[in-house]
Write a protein that binds this ligand. Sequence first.
Ligand code: HEC
Length: 160
Amino acid sequence: MKKALKWIGIILAVVFLGMQAVQPERSNPPVDESKTLYALVNTPPEIRAIIDRSCTDCHTHNTRWPWYSYVAPVSWFLARDVQEGRSHLNLSAWGQYSASRAIAKLDMMCQEVLDEKMPYPPYLIMHPGAKMSQEEIDLLCDWVETERDNLMQPDTSATP
Ligand code: HEC
């Protein structure tokens, strides 16, 4: 029995070490500073503080990769969340969105937070400080409303 346990331990250790060989991509692609949300949409400091704290890791190219993001299998899930997060909403590449999409993305930012779907709940286990207070949720949603109204104004300076 003892011998069997020892072998199981050895096999698990080998499997664990083997998994470390499969490293996901943890890249932070270069950012064109003229194309970010902050460059293109009026974002007061209190809004930036919320976004930097609670959204940046998954929705920008400025992800802070913690030590456990280097340990498989956790690394695989984290890298996938970041990749998916960026593909749904990329604040580092806000310039890629047309005006109507930008409005929709802003609306979703408020909606997802209201529905407690964002910040992504599993993230809060390791980042309890990222949880948003009701006051911060209201602040974010008020900001969304103001900026969506600004975006809705027809841009008279644009020439076709
Ligand atoms: C741990 C990573 C993570 C964090 C932190 C995070 N998100 Fe997300 N977000 C995701 C993932 C993954 C998706 C795509 C899957 C989904 O919608 O559940 C997503 C999707 C979204 C979407 C798009 C929904 C859609 O249907 O296209 C919005 C909007 C969003 N997040 C807003 C936010 C906001 C605002 C914050 C900060 C308050 C935030 N997220 C924090 C991972 C994250």
